[in-house]
Design a binder for this molecule. Structure first.
Ligand SMILES: C[S@@+](CC[C@H](N)C(=O)[O-])C[C@H]1O[C@@H](n2cnc3c(N)ncnc32)[C@H](O)[C@@H]1O
Length: 323
């Protein structure tokens, strides 16, 4: 929405505890305790990036089995709060100990499955940049496990279709021969999603001549892009539904939901993040929040930038080796 259109709306109030009469609930406190105050069958979408137990400033690193045991009661509460036609999107990466990788989605899949949820997609969130490993291949994706509570669930494909690569393709045989074979609204976005990640933002800071940095970046060390949530909000909910994030950080989920006229519930235990989330919501309604537009192409170097050219030293070495 443009700033002018947005400013026509008055920012609604942000409630601290759940009430179905307020469109925005943002609670400062512990997720498990807060979830107990929400009625059953409320949320159509629960989407979150839980703490990964990797020693970030907001978490105490514990053994993987203790971490998962701590998460289990939270997940039970989330399933209670989820509507029968609702979805849970659980966005995780890896826990790493002594250079051994523990893919969290594998552990979480078993936990959700045991509690009766059904996996619809294991979405790969791919990003082209990140930390460089030296004793294994560098990790360049995380996953979003999309579960539903039942077999009847909200799924709107049309609002999240993406432009097709070959829209001019036609049926070459059969009754529709000669007719366009694709969908005019675009193609299914598939289960591999490419969105700009945090690490990429950091690299952008270091690239001379590239003025842009990710517009959504705050002080949070593990923020996910609003765009990633938007796709889930559009596909798995309808206007007026409740979207819940029990670990809402700086409010990326809440903004994605509000942008598409959903009601939102968030919770985080860190005062600083909750305060930033509130400010981002206010800025969103005044039109001052910078959001990376949904569907904006990921930056591809043209080859003319200094940073995308092979360093001269390497060229010299190559020449010597060839001699
Ligand atoms: C991976 S971050 C989520 C970031 C969020 N997706 C965003 O874009 O801002 C996990 C969040 O969980 C919060 N957290 C950790 N343990 C918590 C708990 N027991 N209750 C509530 N929040 C918690 C942390 O403060 C952190 O902000």
């Amino acid at each position: 929405m443009k700033k002018r259109e947005l400013s026509l709306f008055k920012a609604p109030q942000i409630a601290e505890s759940f009430t179905e009469h307020q469109a925005i609930v943002l609670h400062l406190g512990d997720a498990y305790e807060f979830l107990q105050t929400i009625p059953s069958d409320t949320a159509t979408l629960i989407i979150t990036s839980p703490p990964y137990n990797i020693g970030k400033e907001y978490e105490k690193r514990v053994r993987i089995d203790s971490y998962l045991t701590q998460q289990e009661p939270v997940i039970e509460e989330l399933i209670r709060v989820l509507r029968d036609d609702g979805s849970i999107c659980w966005q995780v990466g890896n826990f790493v100990e002594n250079s051994e990788v523990f893919p969290l989605d594998i552990y979480y899949y078993c936990m959700f499955k045991k509690k009766g949820l059904r996996l619809r997609n294991r979405i790969i969130w791919y990003f082209g940049h990140g930390l460089h490993a030296s004793k294994r291949f560098s990790g360049r994706y995380e996953t979003v496990l999309w579960f539903t509570k039942g077999d009847k669930y909200v799924f709107n494909l049309d609002p999240v279709r993406v432009p097709s690569k070959y829209p001019g393709k036609r049926h070459f045989k059969g009754p529709n021969i000669g007719q366009p074979s694709g969908n005019p609204l675009g193609k299914n976005p598939s289960d591999i999603w490419e969105f700009v990640a945090q690490e990429w933002d950091k690299e952008l800071w270091n690239i001379p001549n590239v003025k842009a940095n990710h517009p959504e970046k705050t002080i949070h060390p593990c923020q996910y892009p609003i765009e990633l949530v938007e796709r889930c909000v559009l596909a798995f909910t309808n206007e007026g539904d409740w979207v819940l994030d029990p670990y809402s950080g700086v409010g990326s989920t809440l903004i994605a939901g509000l942008k598409h006229n959903r009601n939102v519930i968030g919770c985080d235990k860190e005062t600083a993040y909750v305060e930033i989330a509130k400010k981002r919501i206010v800025d969103f309604y005044s039109g001052d929040l910078k959001i990376r537009p949904i569907g904006k192409a990921v930056y591809v170097p043209t080859g003319r930038e200094k940073i995308s050219q092979v360093p001269d030293e390497w060229n010299k070495n190559n020449k010597k080796e060839r001699q």
